[in-house]
Design a protein around this ligand. Structure first.
Ligand code: ATP
Ligand code: FE
Ligand code: MG
Length: 337
């Protein structure tokens, strides 16, 4: 079964073809970062319009790269939510139109299920049960995964998501949008031990997170400092250490609590090298498996949507009724595959 995957939930147009037997055949991404940079964040109307411009040429490119014609497709998967309604509608409308014209099934995919399953696109993919850590621009969640589609929320952020905390802190330090990767790069030249920030909510039991206080701590330290480039790097490192150690502590707790032997990591902050190193070390110490997506599949992409959609289509799930997108959609509402 060859499934076209379409991702348009935010500011990246992502396309891919996943084949049940042969794996990922091709994927293409167009990122709108340059367009939104001037505004310091994603402008929904601009995002929708740019998806409209880019999506059909990207479908053509992706099919050509896979060596397929549109008639070779057996199904179409698209991100149905959560995300920006107007942006989601571009992918959903194209997917449903293609499926209708080709007389093949379509399936609306949950964007976070896409992220969550991205590590399973790699060799030696783990099988459930496992604990999933979702750390993206809009989410920071620990999920108990008993089966594909059976997701129980163990912990969530009470305020900013991990990626959001990176982006807001980076913005405060004058770094370009989205600041996460820039801040991480700056942290690499920071000096350890100069700034130590709190590990929020680690002094009490539970698996929830809270990152909004950290950026204030960084801001206060920056205002009191000499504001040199070295200080900026030292602050970036202090911030990165606080976020990544907090996440690692909660992952350790989640594995203890559930008895799971596998941790899977997904979402844009999963690309962070310091976090990857901490979690890999945790796995070595406790002898559990830790699985990450390849770098390019940590942030938004079409491959994760094609893959999640292929799993669901193969299990007989399909769209019915009218075209619909779901800007807010809890992961726990999904059906087991
Ligand atoms: P969601 O999936 O929750 O709707 P999103 O799609 O915007 O949000 P992703 O595309 O998964 O999120 O990830 C983007 C986020 O990841 C941004 O906040 C970005 O700054 C952050 N990020 C990317 N690379 C790194 C890195 N190396 N270190 C820290 N943060 C990073
Ligand atoms: Fe995302
Ligand atoms: Mg993004």
């Amino acid at each position: 079964m060859r499934v076209l995957g379409i991702e348009t939930s935010c500011d990246e147009t992502g396309l891919a073809v996943y084949d049940h037997e042969r794996g990922l055949l091709a994927h293409r991404l167009f990122t709108q970062i340059d367009l939104h940079q001037a505004y310091g964040g994603v402008v929904p109307e601009i995002a929708s319009r740019e998806h409209v411009v880019k999506i059909v040429p990207l479908v053509r490119e992706t099919l050509a790269a896979a060596g397929l014609r549109v008639g070779d497709l057996d199904g179409v998967a698209y991100t149905a939510g959560p995300g920006l309604a107007g942006a989601l509608l571009v992918g959903a409308a194209l997917a449903r139109a293609l499926a209708w014209a080709l007389e093949i099934p379509s399936i609306g995919v949950h964007h976070m299920e896409g992220h969550l399953l991205a590590p399973l696109l790699e060799a030696n993919a783990p099988k459930p049960p496992f604990v999933a850590l979702l750390v993206s621009g809009g989410h920071t969640q620990l999920i108990d995964v008993q089966a594909i589609g059976a997701y129980e929320l163990l912990g969530d952020t009470l305020d900013d998501a991990a990626g959001e905390a990176f982006d807001k802190t980076a913005k405060m330090l004058g770094l370009p949008y989205p600041g996460g990767p820039h801040l991480a790069r700056l942290a690499a030249s920071g000096r350890a031990g100069r700034f130590r920030f709190a590990r929020p909510m680690c002094d009490r039991p539970g698996l929830d997170f809270s990152f909004s206080g950290l950026k204030t701590q960084v801001l206060l330290a920056w205002q009191k400092s000499d504001q040199s480039e070295q200080t900026k790097a030292d602050l970036a490192l202090g911030f990165e250490e606080a976020v990544t150690e907090t996440i690692a502590i909660k992952c350790e707790r989640a594995l203890q609590q559930t008895g799971a032997r596998t941790l899977i990591v997904a979402g844009g902050v999963g690309a962070n090298q310091a976090l990857r190193a901490l979690l890999a070390d945790l796995g070595r110490r406790h002898r559990f498996q830790v699985a990450f997506p390849r770098h390019e599949f940590c942030t938004d992409n079409g491959a994760m949507i094609a893959f999640a959609g292929a799993l669901r289509l193969a299990a007989g799930h399909t769209d019915h009724g009218t075209l619909n997108v779901v800007p807010r959609w809890p992961l726990a509402d999904l059906e087991r595959v």
